[in-house]
Structures are given as structure tokens and as C-alpha cells.
Design a binder for this molecule. Sequence first.
Ligand SMILES: [Zn+2]
Length: 375
Amino acid sequence: MAKQEITIKKPFDSHVHLRRGATLRAVTKYTAERFGRGIIMPNTEPPIDTVEQAAEYKKEILSAVSGHSNILQNVGMSVEQKFEPLMTFYLTKKLSPKDIGKGASGDVCKIYAVKSYPYGATTNSQWGYRNILEAKEVLREMENVGMPLLLHGEVHLNDNNVEEDPYDGEKIFIKEVLPRLLDEYPKLKVSLEHMSTSEAVDFIEKNGKEGRLVATVTPTHLMYDRRQAFSGGYRTLLHMKPLIKKMEDREHVREIVKKGLPFVSAGTDSAPHPESKKFSSCCAFGVFNSPVALELYTQVFDELGCLDKLEGFLSENGPRFFGLKPAEDTITLVKEDWQVTEPIVTDEGVKIWSLCDKQHGLGNEVIHWRLASSL
Ligand SMILES: [Zn+2]
């Protein structure tokens, strides 16, 4: 019997961290092999909040992809077709309405969205507002020019500056912040990133609307719940914000992708960290998944019996929100078991471990789909 396979338009990653320097040079090809375009997260050090910084960062990403042109040719891509990084601003206190205008014009570097991190909640979130609602003038200008707001939707510190329970941060945001934001900015385009709770899923199912309120889902929140995150001790490799939640939350996240709603799309949130930071006593937030993300999404959709919804989720809904057409080229995945057995090693000799790694994952994890071109 012929192997089962699926061909879809080249996917679009609505949320990816590539970092800078040696990490960027090591990880970018894994995204570029699987995704035609990616919304590049701006929480580098320093954060990206001017068009000049974004232009320089974009150049660094493109040169990393060119450096891997052999690999790209092996998967049937020319250097020109390779990968388009779509740049974003970090919503720092420095970011002004003028910056939004410049970013929208695209004169120096086109800016596709602004990302909001709640102060203190995750990696390099120290430049963010404590409450998104404080950023009034910038939000008004984004509404005027039609620039989307990407939300790390968690409340970290409450109004009294007291830290909330990290398992409740998203729930509180959905209840107390998001409805107010949507009310106060009726034309703002908003994406709720990496949904992890039943509350987020219910809210999006009820209020989601193409071009107005959309949401993204990570492979990590589709695959795992906190029983696995705590199996045999805390699983550092699964440590991310929002934290992996209960089984019923995961089931909700799975149910919403199964519905094939036009306002739900893939955002891997692949977030590499060097081994020393990921496996330190205070392990860094973020799951590096770009070598396996596309494969895991396909696996979950297969398990759910909704492979017919995969292309919308991976390749159509994301670009449409950012005013872009789906890719014209395609990618093929085949149903075949494989494992991640090696870390990525940067040109400075630093190891970066991927989700599902045989040694640091849950133990002997097998992935059931793989890229046809990497066979
Ligand atoms: Zn992220």
C-alpha cells in the first residue's frame, strides 16, 4: 500500500522567535524548510521598536537563510523562494504613534504587527507595559492604520503589583483585559496568541471574527497537558509561557482546531534557548519546536480525523489576517515514524534541544509524520 501523504500550500508561521547571532544562524533553516513566511517576534535584546532595527534584523535573518541555500535547494527551493521574514515591533514604552506610521508605510522596513508582552511574564518581557490598556496613543494609531496587535494574553502582575498565579494569568486576561481592549478599540485587529485554556478557547469561539479577532495555537499546547509536564519531575523542555495546562484545556484547544474556523491559525511559538539557559535551575521560558512543529500539527490533525482542515489552519488563515495571499508553492508530508535524536549545535558549539528530543523529551517520543523532502 502506498504511504499516506498530504500536500498543502506552504505553511505560514504566525509566531516564531529566531533570536540573533549564532542561535539565529543555527535555527532559521528549520523554519525556512517548513514555512514560506513567518511573523518574527521582536523580543530580542535589545527589543525591536524602530524601523531601522527591524530592517537590520530582517537582513540578519535573510543572510542566515542564504547561508543554507544548499539545504533549501535540496527541498526544491531556490534562494529567492526561500523564506520571507515578516517583521514586528515590540510594544515598549518607547514605541510612539510616529513609529507605527513609519512601520505601516514600509519605507524603511514594512512592519506587519505590534507584539505586546506583559511586563515580567516571559523571556525579555521587561520592556513591556504592565497593562496593555496603558498604551492608548499607540493603540489608537494602530487602529487608524490597520496594524494588528499580537497579544501575549496573560496578566502577570495585578493592579496592586502582586504576582498572579501563573496558571491563572491567561484566564484573568480573558476575563478582565481582552473585553475592555476590544470595547475601547472597536476597529483594532487583534490576535490572541498561543491559546492554552478552555476560557481562551470559549472566548475566541464566541467572539472570533476574521480580520478583527483571531487566535493562534502552538503544537505544544495541542500535544501536551500538565501530567506530562510533571511526569517524573518537571519537564524543562516543555517549560513555556503560557504554561501547559490541564487535560481538559488541551482537549478544548484540540476541539477548536478541529472545527476549522477561519480565525484560528498556526503559530508555533518556537523559542530556542541555549542549553545552559534551558537546563539551568531557573529554566528559561520557551519551547524550541521548529524542526518538528509542522510534523506535530499534522500528526494531531490526523489523530483528530481532520486532515482536511490542516491547510486552512497552517497556510490560509494566518496570511489572510495580515492582508496577504496564501503561498503558491506547496509542501508534502508523509506518514512515517521518526525521532529527534540530536540537538541543534550552533557555530559557537552551543547545543539547542528541540521538543520531542529522545533524550530530553518525555522519553522515546516518536513523531508519525515527516517532511517528504527530508526523507
Ligand atoms: Zn512567543
